[in-house]
Design a protein around this ligand. Structure first.
Ligand SMILES: NC(=O)c1ccc[n+]([C@@H]2O[C@H](COP(=O)([O-])OP(=O)(O)OC[C@H]3O[C@@H](n4cnc5c(N)ncnc54)[C@H](OP(=O)(O)O)[C@@H]3O)[C@@H](O)[C@H]2O)c1
Length: 352
């Protein structure tokens, strides 16, 4: 697709929430996309966006968006926007995203509802760009492309170089997930201040299944056993993920560092507008990565990996590491925008 083509009109469903706000930030002055509509629940519909939203981001609410009237999500079905970025809660996203795709929209989803559907790509352009062609096998002119869960994206980006070079047999994973991951208003202050909550509903199943779908071929998930515990911690943004990995093939620490350092993705992915120069940043300091220091690496689109160790008597197949992802940027809106950029570049928005 010619990059000189006029921008494509896009809408955001779930625009007033935590992820919706990141979409607005990420779509400002975008070279491929022009935001023409925002939609949310009946609570917000009919108000201006500025009235409906509790804006949380340092970047400030763009005045042109503040003046837009919030639509009910159902109104996007007949809307002129070709692309809909969805930041809807999963309980409403399932049927709403299907209706939008049936109406010919390209839907870039953050919800879990369609992630494991056979023909819905669960996409990270640097990891599995070939999965995008699954979208063309969905019926009609519309389609759904999904993001994985925020921790699944962070884990998958961090271990993809190891899966590609050495194969992964098994991972034990422990997460400390930020408050913004629970949406707005999220977790009650009385529950989380001075505390860690050792359970996040529905989250562990996603980490068990989604990385395997992304690291496998289109219809065959990678054969990786994942055991996982997810926790909520008192951090605003940035999910920390400790992974204890058993490789299929032994490697020494230098080989592991090199695999992570050299990881880039295909050349037509590398120069997409939102793609980081290096999707994985490797840290050698003992106390990194940290949410406050590292979540905004390359605009929040790079994952940081550190504390890379080999686990003593388990030998060269055992690797431990800690990864960090900005959950609402690379883990949500930024990831969807990057997916849409790849779809744009590969001509999917111009299906006859
Ligand atoms: N937060 C993260 O880090 C993160 C990361 C990855 C994926 N996700 C996924 O992204 C989606 C959005 O998450 P979030 O954190 O942004 O949630 P959120 O802050 O709770 O925002 C939800 C949005 O959906 C709208 N909405 C709620 N109920 C609706 C309904 N019945 N009909 C139409 N719109 C409705 C809300 O509008 P009103 O303001 O009008 O209520 C709001 O705009 C979820 O599926 C979540 O699992 C989130």
């Amino acid at each position: 697709m010619s990059e000189a083509a006029p921008p494509i009109d896009v809408a955001i469903a779930g625009a007033t929430g935590v992820v919706g706000q990141r979409f607005i930030e990420g779509l400002q002055s975008h070279p491929y996309f022009r935001l023409v509509a925002v939609a949310a629940s009946d609570r917000s519909a009919g108000q201006t966006y500025g009235e409906a939203v509790n804006w949380q981001l340092d970047s400030g609410l763009p005045p042109d968006v503040a003046g837009m009237t919030v639509l009910p999500v159902a109104d996007l079905v007949g809307h002129e926007a070709r692309v809909v970025f969805s930041a809807l809660p999963s309980k409403v996203a399932g049927p709403a995203e299907t209706d939008l795709a049936d109406a010919g929209k390209a839907v870039l989803s953050n919800a879990s509802s369609h992630r494991m559907d056979r023909y819905v790509p669960l996409l990270i352009p640097e990891v599995n760009p070939e999965h995008l062609s699954l979208a063309l096998q969905q019926p009609g002119d519309g389609f759904i492309v999904a993001n994985a869960n925020c921790s699944s994206i962070g884990l998958t980006l961090a271990v993809a170089p190891l899966e590609q070079e050495f194969g992964i047999a098994e991972m034990h994973v422990f997460t400390g997930q930020a408050l913004s991951g629970a949406g707005y208003p999220g977790v009650s202050a009385l529950d989380i201040v001075d505390n860690v909550i050792p359970y996040i509903e529905g989250e562990e199943e996603k980490l068990r299944t989604e990385p395997a779908k992304m690291l496998g071929s289109a219809f065959r998930p990678a054969d990786i056993e994942v055991r996982v515990t997810t926790t909520r911690v008192n951090v605003t943004d940035g999910h920390l993920i400790a992974a204890h990995i058993m490789l299929q093939e032994g490697a020494d620490l230098d080989q592991i560092h090199r695999a992570l350092e050299d990881f880039r993705g295909l050349s037509d992915v590398q120069n997409l507008p939102s793609a980081p120069e290096r999707p994985v940043h490797v840290h050698y300091e003992a106390n990194r990565p940290q949410p406050r220091l590292d979540r905004d690496a390359e605009g929040g689109m790079a994952v940081s990996v550190g504390r890379i160790r080999q686990a003593g008597k388990l030998g060269r197949r055992a690797v431990d590491l800690v990864a960090l992802i900005h959950n609402t940027k690379r883990g949500a809106a930024g990831q969807s925008i990057l997916n849409a950029e790849l779809a744009f570049r590969r001509g999917l928005f111009y299906r006859p």
